[in-house]
Design a protein around this ligand. Structure first.
Ligand code: ADP
Ligand code: GLC
Length: 491
């Protein structure tokens, strides 16, 4: 088998160009580590209108490329940049689909109605672009429902195209709850026919389900932690796709995401007020001071700050907070620094909280990378009460910043945070199991009391957390193994 593989990666998000969550972080990092391991990787992603062409030095590579979708010839151009001067990134420039203010939804968080069209076009265009670039992929790697159709395209529309004879496909599931379920019209729009509109492939209650079909057609499928990999094989965790997952047998597994410590390391982070490391945490005090000021909190180093950075959606579990926040605020001397956006009722809840508890809660509604780094560096604790969490990157970043995670034991959170043992002082964070107001309250109380009353343990937990290493090298080795298995099984 070839040593250096040609890998096509295509996705709806890619850091530093476009991101709503961890998917963007992964697609913006994994390719660089694959390249470091000696492989040839290209990334293909949309040219959203909010991407700054000058800042990223975009150049037109091809003009007037044409792809047929249903009855229409779509003519687009291709632009090129690199990911931190390293991996080539190609942008599909087609304004009717990608000249939008956000990636998936309008400013009121209503999904764009033509999302299935936009992303099946992206997947097909990606294959056409490989041909133009004369880049025959050994692996075509799609992410989430948006590019889950890629494997089906290879096995159906391109099955007789000798350019792709040796291409095996891999699909990574970052979140099985988002499946891309749409009217069956979009199945035909994408170019698939009746033969694949069946319950084992794309059909699901008479609608098309892009993730389901992708799982069926991919030569190998993975998700982003071992814990979540077990959970989605069960009826309660699989969101209706547990059987599809199980049918992949040993062609399905969990590979934990890594962290990009080039971006998320307090010793080197250029976005925080002061750098620090596990042997000298002094700089963290200044970060906390600036955080308290920036979030309008009482500037007092002795009060613990709990950070929150999140998409505000049901998955993240914050709907449990309204039921215990009064108890928290009345009984504990603690502060919250909150950054996020999403469901209106949660945005309103957190904004009101600042009004109700001035100096104790600071809320910023929106997306802001700079503030995300400030919260990671300046907080003492970090809250992720997720109902489910495929991997979770923020708790991994928090560990590195000595900001002890308070997490529910689910998916990747369970795999990455070790619960504090008050008898031995071991652990890296505070873990609870039951998704209830009581459990959150008790665990926050436990963490805050540890901060106040068991200073040595808190300090040791912090140091231990900072020494944990979730670098990409190990995960990349697992991806390469998966790629090779996909290639063998395809052959
Ligand atoms: P998910 O992908 O489910 O949103 P992750 O924990 O894997 O959860 O990744 C979230 C990523 O998005 C992190 O890099 C986090 O810092 C970032 N993020 C989420 N919300 C915001 C926000 N409002 N502002 C800045 N960064 C955010
Ligand atoms: C998804 C998941 C999150 C994961 C991220 C990157 O958005 O919700 O848990 O870390 O993808 O894989």
């Amino acid at each position: 088998m070839k040593e250096a593989l040609n890998i096509l990666m295509t996705a709806s998000e890619c850091v530093p160009f476009a991101k709503t969550g961890g998917l963007g972080d992964v697609v913006g990092t994994l390719p660089r580590f694959l390249k470091k391991a000696g492989h040839n990787v290209i990334v293909i992603t949309p040219l959203y209108s909010f991407i700054n062409r000058e800042e990223h030095n975009l150049k037109v590579t091809f003009d007037k490329i044409s792809v047929r979708m249903e009855y229409e010839e779509i003519v687009f151009s291709l632009h090129e940049s690199t990911m931190r001067g390293d991996v080539p990134v190609y942008f599909i420039d087609y304004e009717p689909f990608f000249n939008r203010s956000n990636i998936y939804h309008d400013d009121n968080f209503v999904d764009y109605q033509d999302n299935p069209k936009r992303f099946s076009f992206l997947s097909k265009a990606a294959l056409e672009v490989c041909k133009l670039l004369n880049f025959p992929p050994d692996i075509a790697h799609g992410h989430d429902w948006h590019t889950a159709i890629l494997p089906a395209y290879l096995k159906r529309l391109y099955s007789h195209d000798s350019f792709f004879t040796n291409t095996a496909s891999v699909l990574t599931i970052h979140n099985i709850a988002y499946q891309g379920r749409y009217d069956k019209y979009y199945h035909y729009y994408a170019g698939l026919n009746d033969e694949d509109f069946t319950p084992d492939k794309f059909e699901c209650f008479n609608a098309v389900n892009f993730l389901k079909g992708g799982i069926y057609f991919a030569d190998a499928v993975n998700t982003v932690s071992k814990g979540y990999a077990s959970e989605i094989k069960t009826p309660s965790g699989g969101h209706g796709l547990d059987q599809s997952i199980k049918s992949k047998g040993d062609n399905f597994l969990g590979i934990l995401n890594g962290a990009d410590y080039g971006e998320w390391d307090p010793a080197k982070d250029k976005l925080i007020p002061s750098n620090y490391n596990s042997t000298n945490l002094n700089g963290k005090d200044l970060c906390k001071k600036v955080l308290q000021k920036e979030f309008r909190l009482l500037e007092n180093n002795k009060i613990p700050v709990i950070g929150i950075i999140s998409r505000m959606v049901e998955q993240k579990g914050f709907y449990l907070l309204p039921g215990c926040i009064d108890q928290i605020m009345e009984s504990l001397d603690v502060q919250f620094a909150v950054l996020g956006s999403g469901d209106k009722y949660l945005e309103v809840f957190f904004s009101d909280l600042e009004k109700r508890f001035p100096g104790k809660v600071g809320t910023y509604i929106g997306y802001n990378n700079h503030l995300a780094h400030l919260i990671e560096s300046g907080s003492d604790l970090f809250l992720m009460p997720s109902l489910y969490e495929p991997c979770g990157l923020n708790q991994i970043y928090s560990l590195k910043y000595g900001t002890l995670p308070i997490v529910r034991a689910t998916g990747g959170l369970k795999d990455t945070v070790e619960n504090y043992d008050p008898d031995t002082g071991q652990g890296t964070g505070f873990v609870f199991w039951e998704p209830s107001c009581n459990s959150i309250y008790n665990t926050i109380k436990w963490a805050v009391e540890t901060f106040y009353n068991r200073k040595q343990h808190f300090h040791d937990l912090r140091k231990r957390a900072m020494l944990k290493n979730f670098s990409w090298e190990k995960s990349v080795a697992e991806y390469i193994k998966l790629y090779k298995k996909a290639m063998e099984d395809k052959a």
